[in-house]
Design a protein. Structure first.
Lengths: 519, 636, 98
């Protein structure tokens, strides 16, 4: 029993309560407390990560407390490599988001100068952020499937309020759409969770004990479907993706970062851990349709992104394309592709986070998310333009930046995967490589229209990034470049747990190592 | 092929072991200049030059250390660190091929750095310019020094990024911004090929390092998979080296400052495709294979296309860009001929790096004196006001048309002769191309430096400062002597042989071979024709309408029109369709479902009329139905 | 033997139900409800006699108690509505709708 993970969750909860209980009018104090708490969480996460032994047991920092004994429900937590890096991702992003959202909760300015006032107070926003952080840590740390489900659903609540109360003009529509979509998926998952409990008949929801518990292939398929649809909506996968552009466009930039950067990762994380390991036969049976959906997501998301006029929606669609890559990697059933997919989850968080935040800073200056309202920003705000460019390049997976390593691994792992014959996955990898071209078009065209060219009249008054904003983006850029050249620390943590997953799915993991005999 | 690559680490390897410094130094320079921003404004350009020169020094030291080794030991793999565990490690391969490139990149690169001090002196963003230049040098060195395809690809995209940044350096001009984006996107089409090629290599051989590929692949081995790899790599090379069908970006890339055109779009980056083909030559382009033939064909077609485009351009930089395309076509042709052609291809690459950079910088010097005017119809008679620029440019001109005993003569002639020997049709096309080269380059020289003044009223041409002309002079020296030094007695061939393989028979340089003489004759005809049209008579300062052929060449052989009608417009339609489908189709279904549920519940609530007797009736009917049902089932 | 009582109960119930459904005056509706309750009481008592135990009669007492309570509350409501709206028609009290 290790107390670390419960502590990691408790700290932001306590922080959230403290922030919420601060007297009225102490907005600044609320922000500072929230930032401090999130930094404390980051430090604690660092300690946890430092103590993690990649070669040790799969689940480390395990802790179990009885919760609902009559159903065998436990408060069971523990992390494997993939969960650890995703928790670290959350812990890194939250302080950055808090710093970036310093003024987000004060209201959203529109292009004509009117202010959309938030429905709730400033301190509530930061309190919600901390609650969300606790839940994000919880959802990745949960080893009890019931607990996972609870966090999976409960995460919606703070996010619902962050979009619905602090968002743009259409925040209610976006928030309700987001909530309904997620609840629909969650409900299917609840049915599958209950089904899993009774069919397995082990009187427990603990994930390690349920691996391999369902043998009947037909039953596997039904339960797999319940989990997968929930995760596909969360991820989001084509065609259940349309909530994301609305939610991301209406949410304040910081909330959008957490939504796309972390919350959506729960979907792909769930596919990797639950869909594959609990229902290996079903996963193999459904590989082809899912790969097709993933490839459609990749290409479709990229093409629709090219046609967007709204910056935040554009970034959201690029994410749909990137999530297609992650899903493709998860279901390619090869160690390289799955490690790449897990790495992609982290890298995408950094890259899209940076892009959303940079776009957010830009939008905050002008009040309009529309690309056509900008032009020539580079001339008046070169630092902002520079960060925007680096973030954009990370979005198009430029080699040397972190997202390239993961995208490359996903594609090459998919191409070389022998899991499903050879032809279909090979074709999938080649088609998905076309997205490399499309990505250049959507990112660079956006940059050309916003940053380059003659300076538009309203843009002339722009101020360059201030120190706070630089400190928001600089760490992300440093991580993007650092992991672009040295992905080993992440991969060393990820690889063993991916190997474990593939062992549980009963796919031979050494498909690559045995090659190299030449022709 | 048994590879004789010795593996060393930075701790054991002397200068070669520490060759990573070559990459790191300019990278640090770029980092400092970008991060410390305006604090480095005053001395930023000096730092940039210093870093480039330092890198050159390391390259020279490594070169001599390599020369000190026996010919067969001149291949060293320096292991740096584990990059993607289980897939590829980051390492450098120092061999004659890569060190040749490193010397060219850092040498010519440093000269262009120095030149840029003068050329960009009045630009308020000079520091940023040097940051990008340093970034480019670092990326280009990574490209040629990496010992595996992934490292090569990182450098490959790094130079693409630097090229994007530098083409769009004056991004406030919409044309520059568009050109930068176009260059990147077109290059990405090539990158697609390179990526998929890497997938296949990895899947087939389980490795991406050159050394291990060398251990696995037998020389001359071909099959369908290897052909596919070769063609995909060729696609990548076409993108980077502006070969047909991915040539269209290079002419637009001239929007960048002229030193950029000289360094990136003439001397170094655009030759990366040739490097890729030669580096992979032993594996995927063996002599006589289909892939090699494809390389040669692409080269031959492009050398003609580039030359034709060059004939009709009035923009001096675009004329030179067409010429660059054409000259790289020669290199590709050479690279498609197997080991016999490699030495000439690389030799031409090196001499071209000198004389083309020389001419680009000369053009920059002219523009510098002419208020950035690029239209040659507004030049004329500049030889007297810009004597140094004229002299150096003229040397470059003689070199490129293959005037006997100058650099270009030896290297280009080598390619032509080898081509005629191996692929006669392509070889004679190359001879024809040389004739056209004679025409368009003479046209350029006559229009710029001879004839009448056609200057704009506010133009006051003057010679450029020493910081710009000294690099020109050094490059001219290279343009004169380098070719002979490299080709005669097969110096370059012997030096490169351990890295790229030796040809079956050693070529001898003949001054009086049939193709060589034919080339000279055609060049003379071309130059004479240019004299008749542009030297003897006055050049109109407004572009005449020109024949169908002229328009064809002016429009870049309708390459852009083709791209636009084949890819851009359908792409735009597809995009619009997809957006429409997403908003109205998928989101329409979702919103329609929501509206349907909302609407039907709105209708359903009308049942609640508020009349208690209606409710009573419905209760009564319900009770009656229930009773009836129970009676029917018979449970009562 | 007890059939007649049951038939009477059924007729009373039907009359009550019909009254509830077609009359508008709240007092009459109310009385009809009482009539239905009494019809039920009659049926209970009859069945009690038929089966031979006392449970039906006990239930009947319960029903009477409930009916008495209902009268108290129901009449009070009707009187209050009549005071405020000057009408004892059930159709006029239709505010509680969609």
């Amino acid at each position: 029993m290790s107390p670390w993970l419960p502590i990691l969750m408790a700290v932001p909860v306590v922080g959230a309560v403290v922030v919420a209980l601060l007297p009225k009018g102490s907005d600044k104090l609320a922000k500072q407390v929230a930032l401090l708490v999130s930094l404390l969480v980051l430090v604690l996460t660092g300690v946890v990560a430092a103590g993690f032994k990649p070669s040790g047991d799969r689940f480390q920092y395990v802790a179990e407390y009885n919760w609902i004994p009559s159903f065998g429900v436990k408060f069971g937590v523990g992390v494997d490599g993939v969960a650890l890096v995703l928790i670290a991702l959350s812990a890194v992003l939250v302080p950055i988001v808090i710093l970036a959202s310093w003024h987000d909760a004060d209201g959203v300015k529109t292009a004509d100068g009117t202010l959309i006032t938030p429905k709730r107070s400033v301190k509530t926003y930061f309190s919600l952020l901390l609650v969300l952080e606790a839940m994000m840590i919880g959802v990745f740390a949960a080893t009890d499937i019931f607990l996972f489900y609870v966090f999976f659903e409960a995460m919606l609540i703070p996010m619902y309020f962050m979009i619905g109360s602090y968002g743009g003009a259409q925040r209610s529509y976006a928030a309700v759409k987001f909530l309904l979509y997620s609840l629909f998926g969650g409900l299917l998952m609840l049915v599958a969770v209950i089904g899993l409990y009774f069919v397995a008949g082990k009187q427990t929801f603990m994930f390690p004990e349920l691996v391999g518990a369902i043998q009947d292939p037909a039953m596997q398929k039904w339960l797999f479907g319940g989990f997968f649809i929930a995760f596909a909506i969360k991820a989001p996968l084509w065609p259940v993706h349309t909530w994301l552009p609305d939610a991301a466009a209406q949410a304040p930039a910081g909330a959008a970062v957490l939504l796309v950067g972390v919350l959506d990762k729960v979907g792909t994380f769930g596919m990797l851990r639950f869909c594959l390991e609990l229902f290996p036969e079903a996963a193999k049976a459904f590989t082809m349709p899912i790969v097709v959906l993933a490839v459609i997501s990749i290409i479709y998301g990229a093409i629709v992104a090219i046609g967007q006029t709204d910056m935040k929606r554009l970034i959201a669609y690029t994410s749909i394309s990137h999530f297609g890559f992650i899903v493709l990697g998860v279901f390619a059933m090869s160690d390289v592709a799955q490690s790449g997919a897990a790495l992609y989850m982290v890298n995408h968080g950094f890259a899209t986070g940076a892009l959303f935040l940079a776009a957010g800073f830009l939008i905050a200056r002008r009040g309009s998310p529309f690309i056509s309202d900008y032009g020539g920003v580079q001339k008046v705000a070169p630092v902002l333009a520079g960060f925007f460019l680096v973030a954009g390049l990370a979005g198009l997976s430029l080699p040397g930046l972190s997202s390239f390593v993961s995208e490359f691994m996903v594609m090459i792992g998919t191409y070389s995967s022998q899991a499903h014959g050879s032809g279909a996955l090979t074709v999938a990898a080649i088609i998905s490589a076309v997205a490399v071209i499309l990505a250049a078009v959507y990112i660079l065209w956006m940059i050309q229209r916003t940053m380059n060219g003659p300076t538009a009249e309203p843009v002339k008054a722009f101020k360059d990034l201030n120190a706070r904003e630089v400190w928001v983006l600089a760490p992300l850029v440093a991580l993007i470049i650092g992991f672009g050249f040295f992905p080993k620390p992440l991969l060393d943590v990820i690889n063993p747990s991916v190997q474990q997953t593939l062992t549980n799915v009963k796919v031979p993991t050494s498909t690559i190592a045995e090659k190299g005999t030449g022709q | 092929m048994e590879s004789h690559i010795a593996e060393i680490t930075p701790h054991t390897g002397g200068v070669i072991g520490n060759a990573w410094l070559m990459i790191a130094l300019p990278l640090v320079g770029a980092f400092i200049l970008l991060v410390f921003n305006r604090f480095t404004n005053r001395w930023g350009h000096l730092l940039g030059v210093a870093m480039s020169l330092a890198s050159f020094v390391v390259a020279v030291l490594a070169f001599f250390e390599l020369l000190g080794l026996g010919a067969e030991e001149r291949r060293r793999a320096v292991h740096l660190y584990e990059f993607i565990p289980g897939m590829v490690d980051m390492g450098l391969l120092i061999d004659p091929l890569s060190i040749s490139f490193a010397l060219l990149i850092t040498g010519v690169g440093s000269l262009i750095h120095i030149y840029s001090i003068g050329y960009m002196a009045h630009d308020e963003h000079r520091r940023r310019f040097f940051a990008y230049l340093n970034l480019f040098v670092a990326a280009m060195l990574l490209l040629v020094l990496a010992d595996n395809y992934v490292g090569l690809f990182i450098g490959w995209e790094g130079v693409g990024l630097a090229s994007y940044l530098l083409i769009g350096f004056w991004q406030f001009k919409p044309s520059a911004a568009v050109a930068a984006k176009k260059a990147f996107v077109v290059n990405r089409v090539g990158d697609f090929g390179l990526l998929v090629g890497m997938f296949i290599i990895w899947t087939t051989f389980g490795t991406l390092t050159f050394k291990e590929l060398g251990d696995q692949i037998q020389p001359g081995q071909t099959n369908g998979t290897m052909l596919a790899i070769g063609l995909l790599l060729l696609l990548g090379a076409c993108g980077k080296s502006a070969q047909l069908p991915l040539q269209s970006w290079l002419l637009d890339a001239m929007e960048g400052p002229t030193p950029v055109s000289a360094l990136i779009h003439a001397a170094t980056m655009v030759t990366a495709g040739v490097y890729l083909v030669v580096r992979s030559g032993a594996f995927f382009f063996p002599e006589g294979s289909g892939a090699a033939l494809a390389v040669a064909i692409v080269g031959a077609v492009t050398l003609l296309a580039g030359a034709i485009i060059g004939c009709a351009k009035d923009d001096i930089k675009k004329g030179l860009a067409g010429s660059t395309m054409s000259q790289i076509g020669y290199m590709m042709l050479g690279a498609g001929l197997g080991p016999a052609g490699y030495a000439f291809a690389i030799g031409h690459l090196i001499t071209h790096g000198f004389f083309k950079a020389n001419m680009f910088l000369g053009a920059g010097s002219v523009m510098h004196g002419m208020n950035d005017e690029v239209d040659m119809r507004k030049y004329g008679a500049l030889r007297k006001v810009m004597p140094i620029t004229f002299a150096t440019f003229f040397i470059g001109y003689l070199a490129i048309i293959g005037f006997p005993l100058l650099s270009g003569y030896f290297t280009k002639d080598g390619i032509i002769e080898t081509a005629v020997h191996h692929q006669p049709i392509l070889g004679w096309l190359a001879v024809l191309g040389a004739g056209i080269t004679g025409f368009y380059m003479s046209r350029m020289v006559f229009m710029t430096f001879f004839g009448q003044k056609r200057w704009a009223d506010d133009a006051h041409p003057h010679e450029s400062p020493l910081v710009m002309t000294v690099p020109l002079m050094i490059l001219s020296l290279g343009s004169i002597f380098l070719g002979g030094y490299l080709v005669l007695s097969n110096r370059l061939l012997d030096f490169l042989a351990p890295a790229v393989g030796a040809p079956a028979e050693r070529p001898e340089f003949h001054f009086t071979s049939t193709p060589g003489l034919a080339t000279l004759a055609l060049v003379a005809v071309g130059a004479g024709f240019a004299w008749m049209k542009y030297g003897r008579v006055e050049v109109p300062s407004v572009q005449p309408r020109g024949s169908f052929l002229t328009t064809f060449a002016r429009r870049d052989l309708y390459g852009d029109a083709l791209n636009e009608s084949l890819f851009m417009r359908p792409g735009q339609w597809l995009t619009r369709l997809a957006v429409f489908f997403d908003n109205r189709g998928i989101d329409g279904i979702v919103n329609g479902l929501a509206a349907g549920i909302g609407g039907s519940s709105g209708r359903l609530r009308r049942v609640q009329t508020g009349f208690a007797r209606t409710y009573a009736l419905s209760i009564f009917i319900g009770a009656a139905l229930l009773t009836g049902a129970l009676l029917l089932v018979g449970n009562i | 033997m007890t059939t007649h009582y049951l038939v009477l109960s059924g007729i009373l119930f039907a009359i009550g139900a019909m009254g509830v459904l077609i009359r508008r005056n709240a007092i009459v509706v109310f009385m009809c409800v009482e009539l239905m309750l009494n019809a039920c009481n009659l049926a209970f008592v009859t069945f009690s006699r038929q089966v031979g135990n006392l449970e039906g009669q006990i239930i009947a007492f319960f029903v009477m108690v409930v009916a008495a309570a209902e009268v108290v509350v129901g009449l009070a409501i009707i009187v209050t509505i009549f005071r405020t709206r000057r009408s004892a028609s059930v159709d006029d009290a239709n505010l509680l709708k969609y």
